[in-house]
Design a protein around this ligand. Sequence first.
Ligand code: CUA
Length: 156
Amino acid sequence: MHLHKFEKIWLAFGIIALIIFLSVVGVSAFHQGHTPSGGQMTIDSEKVNETKPFNEPGLQQKEDGSYEVVMVALTFGYKPGKVTVPVGEEVTFTITSEDVVHSFSIVGTNVNMMAVPGQINHKTHTFKETGTYLVICNEYCGNGHHFMSTEIEVVE
Ligand code: CUA
């Protein structure tokens, strides 16, 4: 009888310890999810098409005269399909994904960034020469991954 009682106490203690442990893990996971480090900008990936600036993807000239190209990655392509930018000007590329992880990688440049659902990433580049630049996806994203590309036309 005595042993049985002790077993019950130990069992109860074990369960309480487990509950405490799980709550601590749960709370810290929750915290990380809601305060991303590095001040990254987040977006609701379900509402990309309605969220500024992704509701109007493409080239935009900002108030200070600089250029921004807003792009959405999706299986298996980019929105908009093709974009034209001026040569010799600083262009900031702003990208997110509306489904799975892709990348936005401009061949022959150092622009190679991840397109992550829920996140907004930026990279600035100045094209020194006119021409057509190929954009490819470097993150495996499914059957159509190898065909996922677009072009950037750099003009005078
Ligand atoms: Cu998108 Cu690979």
